[in-house]
Ligand binder design. Structure first.
Ligand code: SF4
Ligand code: SF4
Length: 304
C-alpha cells in the first residue's frame, strides 16, 4: 500500500443534490489542494491546500470594527486592498466581529466520520445511480483522505466518482481505482508544451495515469474548452483519438465560463478572465462536431 490513510482532511464545500458531477443525484465534496495552476481555473479557492480568508467587499458597510480588532494590523478600510495577506494569520477575529458576514474562512478540516455522516444523510436520494463525487482542486492531493472516503462509501453501498486532473503518483492512482466506480478525467491539452503553458506542468504523467485508470475502471474524459488554447481542430482530434485509444467512449466538453470571477476578488487575486474571450454557440458546436466525427459520444456541460 502506498497511500497513508488519513482520518481528516481539508475541504472547501459539500455540494448536495449535484446533477452534473457523475450519474444520478450526487453529493460532491471539494477537497482543497491542487498541483496544477490552470490559468482559467474556476475554483481558485481549492488550489492552496491551506485555509484562506475570503473578503466579500459588497457586504462591507464600512463600520471598521474589524480594522480595530485585527491583532496583526492586517486590515484597512481600502476595499480594494482590505486584507494584507502576508500579515494575516487566519485568527478569524474579523469574521466573528463583522455583523455583515463580510469575512469567511474558506477551507475547513473535516473528520472522516463527520464527512461520512453528511454523505450518508443523502443516501435516500442517490437511487440506483447516484452517490458521492470527490472533486477539487485535485482530490488526490489529499490521497489518504480520498481513499478513506471512498472505502467507507463502498462499505456503505454508495457509488464513487473521482473528478480528477489525473496529476498524482501512479501508485496512488492504482490504489484509489480499487474503490472508484467512475472517473471523470480532465484532459486539458494533448501537446506537452501547451499543457505546461496552460497548467504549469506537462501532460506525460496525466496521460500515463489515464491509461492506468482506463485499464481498471470506466472513464469519461472532460475537456475544458478554452478559446485559442485547446480548441484547434488538431488538438480536439488528438484528444478524441487519445480517448479512443483508451477505449473511452465519452467526452464531456465544458466551455470556459467565468463564474469564478468573484472568488478571485474574495481572495484578493487578479481575475484571469480578462485574457479570455467567451466562446459562442457556433464555436462550441464546431468543437462538439469535430469530436463526434471520431465516433465518440459528446455532451456539452456534462449532461449525464
Ligand atoms: S483573520 Fe485575523 S489576522 Fe487575518 S485579517 Fe482577520 S483578524 Fe486579521
Ligand atoms: S486542475 Fe482544476 S482545480 Fe486544479 S488548477 Fe486546474 S482547473 Fe483549478
Amino acid at each position: 500500500m502506498s497511500i497513508v490513510p488519513a482520518s481528516s482532511g481539508m475541504i472547501t464545500e459539500i455540494k448536495k443534490f449535484a446533477t452534473h458531477d457523475g450519474p444520478g443525484i450526487r453529493t460532491t465534496v471539494f477537497l482543497k489542494g491542487c498541483p496544477l495552476r490552470c490559468r482559467w481555473c474556476s475554483n481558485p479557492e481549492t488550489i492552496s491546500p491551506h485555509s484562506q480568508l475570503y473578503f466579500l467587499p459588497k457586504r462591507c458597510k464600512g463600520f471598521g470594527a474589524c480594522v480595530e480588532i485585527c491583532p496583526e494590523k492586517a486590515l484597512s478600510m481600502d476595499l480594494d486592498a482590505k486584507v494584507d495577506r502576508k500579515r494575516c494569520t487566519l485568527c478569524m477575529k474579523c469574521a466573528a466581529e463583522c455583523p455583515n458576514s463580510a469575512f469567511r474562512q474558506v477551507g475547513e478540516v473535516y473528520s472522516l466520520n463527520d464527512l461520512m455522516r453528511e454523505i450518508e444523510k443523502d443516501k435516500p436520494f442517490y437511487g440506483k445511480e447516484g452517490g458521492v463525487t470527490l472533486s477539487g482542486g485535485e482530490p488526490l492531493f489529499q490521497a489518504g483522505f480520498a481513499l478513506q472516503i471512498f472505502r467507507k462509501s463502498k462499505e456503505a453501498g454508495i457509488s464513487t466518482v473521482l473528478d480528477t486532473s489525473g496529476c498524482a503518483a501512479s501508485e496512488v492512482v492504482r490504489e484509489i481505482m480499487e474503490y472508484t466506480d467512475l472517473v471523470l478525467l480532465d484532459i486539458k491539452h494533448m501537446d506537452p508544451e501547451k499543457h505546461r503553458q496552460g497548467t504549469g506542468v506537462d501532460n506525460a504523467l496525466i496521460l500515463r495515469n489515464a491509461r492506468i485508470m482506463a485499464s481498471m475502471r470506466s472513464v469519461r474524459i472532460s475537456l475544458p474548452l478554452i478559446p485559442d488554447y485547446n480548441d484547434s481542430e488538431e488538438n480536439l482530434s488528438a484528444t478524441a483519438e487519445f480517448a479512443l485509444s483508451l477505449g473511452v467512449g465519452y467526452i464531456d466538453i465544458n466551455p470556459l465560463h467565468k463564474l469564478g470571477t468573484d472568488k478571485y476578488a474574495y481572495l484578493g487575486l487578479e481575475s484571469p478572465y480578462g485574457a479570455y474571450r467567451s466562446l459562442d454557440k457556433l464555436e462550441v458546436a464546431r468543437a462538439r462536431d469535430i469530436v463526434k466525427r471520431h465516433g465518440l459520444e459528446v455532451t456539452v456541460g456534462r449532461m449525464m
